[in-house]
Design a protein. Structure first.
Length: 640
């Protein structure tokens, strides 16, 4: 059994096994079912993630420690895909950022980790394999994956995994199919893990995910009804490749003062397609990073503390390629040093930290350069009042110097150099977020005992100031306009609201509930900024039930209810008032007796075939791309 997929600071809501039972196929299935997460968009390459209303470009998202890169193309989202089959851990921290969360966590952080061979081997097993096949009716999707894993020496594991998902045009809740929305996903993971080498641990991995398809060239995240006439501007083959290579080394001897961790990674996102005139285009974000930290543990009386000290560096180079001209390049770099202290005692916990970041950016091969720095603080605590009740609160700051300009637009910076805040050789401030939250928790029992009951309620506010925006004067499509100036926004965007969470588990039954109310104000009103900054959302609630009839038969049910969206930013067209909706999902998992390792999965998403559109999906002319209608998924898994 894989470890639990956790939501940091919130109720445990899902496990890797649940993702398998529900036959999760992409990142929307992994993350989109939390009340504080919304993933909108059309085709796979157009999807965008929002955490408490903040778009994923302003969230520190990592896979095995490797950060996501720059936005690529005006007409596409910035969210890369991941194969749910290889995930063992997902942590979502929507609250105030800690100093060791890394730079750019304006809206929080999401950390995902992939499986090791040792996670999949049964006790005493040396070599194993697993295969999976499935079918989804909404897009006639056919999926297959295979993994082989084993121990090549004591404590030394090797894992190889491949997957393929081929799907046609998506059927929505109105019974129609979205034209040119089909495609294919291919992925692989190779991983070496040395986990029982005394004080040493080492993980080395190589992962690649490729999404491809014959899609509309423009506006992959806008409604298909507003796409150009296919006879005049036909769809073209497009690919989006996310690739990364990671190394994680940890040295943890028998010492309270030494627990060193080193992370190195190279990660790239690469979009390729053609212009309406047939020119080949590519937008590449190629980054590398490192993080070195040491954890020191100490204690005085009943007080135990962990002090984490570290440095990190991240550099991301963007390349705007087109077959009729020379490449155009931009780069963003951050260098940080941080200290985070965490103290715990019987009466409660206290944490505080500080990090300092220096940022450098260059555009159009260095013709425009900007530098900034920021010092960010965080402080918080939790007091245990007895009888399972505790109150908590915190404040945290985060900074970014890169902005969210896509590589597509960065290639259009004027050759003589763009203005910075209205001046030649001016100065840009770093973007800053100020997050606060406060709440109460109550818990009784434990999963290992007679039962578990848990409740959490909190209020939050996130203020993002000095957002880095840019000017593109002129008329016609934004992709052909020059970028003449970078400037800091005068207004401060605010995201505030309420979250509620509850969980219950006893015997064969378990349930959990999450709810978020969100108010958004002062977003930039231009579409190109809105899409990469934040989104409003109606009240959202997610209720799950699970029941095990026996050791080999389990039933699951999920209700997702979203209230209508009425409060939208003024003077814009991409976020409009939308109706509320409710979807019902069911799943059944059967493990035939006498056939060890075989699992039969059956799931129906959107059981009642509801016609709806995610609130964060961009709109035009009052229309938005619809989500999937009734989706019947059938799958087989076999491990041996």
């Amino acid at each position: 059994m894989l470890p639990t997929v956790t939501v940091q600071g919130q109720a445990v809501t899902s496990t890797a096994e649940r993702l398998q039972r529900e036959q999760a196929r992409d990142v929307r299935d992994v993350l989109g079912r939390e009340a504080n997460v919304d993933i909108g968009g059309g085709v796979r390459q157009g999807q965008r993630l929002y955490l408490r209303g903040v778009e994923g470009s302003n969230v520190n998202i990592t896979v095995d420690g490797a950060r996501q890169g720059q936005n690529l193309y005006n007409h596409r989202g910035g969210l890369g895909n991941i194969d749910p089959d290889i995930l063992k851990l997902v942590e979502v921290n929507a609250g105030p950022a800690a100093a060791d969360d890394g730079p750019g966590a304006l809206g929080g952080s999401i950390r995902m980790e992939t499986v090791d061979a040792q996670d999949l081997l049964a006790p005493g097993q040396q070599v194993g394999a697993r295969v999976r096949a499935g079918y989804a009716s909404a897009n006639r999707g056919k999926r297959a994956s295979a993994s082989a894993y084993g121990l090549v020496a004591p404590g030394v594991g090797v894992l190889a995994h491949v997957s393929r998902d081929h799907y046609d045009d998506l059927r929505t809740g109105d019974g129609r199919r979205t034209p040119f929305s089909g495609g294919r996903d291919d992925g692989h993971l190779l991983k070496l893990s040395l986990l029982e080498m005394g004080a040493h641990q080492l993980r080395v991995g190589s992962e690649r995910q490729k999404a491809s398809g014959l899609n509309f060239q423009q506006r992959g995240d806008y409604p298909w009804q507003f796409q150009p006439d296919p006879a005049v501007r036909p769809p073209v083959d497009q690919t989006l490749v996310r690739e990364q290579h990671t190394l994680n080394y940890r040295f943890n001897p028998d010492s309270d003062w030494l627990d060193v961790e080193l992370r190195l990674y190279q990660a790239s996102n690469d979009w390729a397609g053609k212009t309406p005139t047939g020119l080949v285009e590519r937008f590449v974000s190629d980054g590398w990073g490192t993080d070195v930290r040491n954890r020191m543990r100490y204690g005085v009386g009943g007080l135990a503390g962990t002090l984490t000290v570290g440095v990190d560096r991240y550099e991301d180079k963007g390349v705007n390629k087109r077959s009729d001209r020379a490449d155009r390049r931009n780069a963003n770099e951050s260098r940080g040093v941080y200290l985070q202290n965490r103290l715990t005692a019987a009466a409660g916990d206290v944490w505080f930290g500080v990090r300092h970041d220096e940022f450098d950016s260059s555009f159009r091969d260095g013709s425009t350069r900007a530098s900034s720095d920021a010092t960010s603080f965080n402080v918080g605590g939790e007091a245990r009042l007895g009888h399972g009740v505790s109150v908590f609160g915190g404040y945290g700051e985060a900074a970014s110097g890169a902005g969210t300009i896509p590589v597509h637009f960065a290639g259009n910076v004027v050759t003589g150099g763009a203005l910075l805040n209205g001046r030649v050789n001016g100065r840009l401030k770093a973007e800053r977020s100020h997050q606060t939250e406060a709440g109460v928790r109550w818990q009784q029992g434990s999963p290992a005992g007679n039962g578990l009951m848990r409740f959490e309620g909190l209020v939050f506010e996130n203020r993002i100031e000095d957002a880095i925006l840019y000017r593109q004067p002129g008329s016609g499509g934004l992709g052909g306009r020059n970028v003449t100036e970078f400037y800091n926004a005068a207004s401060t965007a605010t995201f505030k609201g309420v979250e509620l969470r509850a969980a219950y588990a006893a015997g064969a039954f378990n349930a959990d509930f999450s709810f978020m109310h969100l108010d958004v104000a002062n977003l930039p009103n231009q579409a190109q900024f809105l899409a990469r900054f934040g989104a409003p959302h109606g009240d959202k609630a997610v209720l799950r039930f699970g029941y095990a009839f026996s050791d080999n038969l389990q039933l699951g049910y999920t209700l997702t209810a979203v209230a209508g969206l009425k409060d939208v930013p003024p003077a814009q067209t991409v976020y409009i008032e939308k109706s509320g909706y409710a979807t019902h999902d069911v799943s059944v998992n059967w493990q035939p007796a006498g056939m060890k390792g075989l699992s039969v999965d059956f799931a129906v998403h959107n059981l009642l075939d509801k016609r709806y559109s995610k609130h964060s999906t961009l709109s035009e002319g009052g229309l938005s791309t619809l989500d999937a209608g009734r989706d019947i998924r059938v799958g087989l898994r076999y491990a041996f």
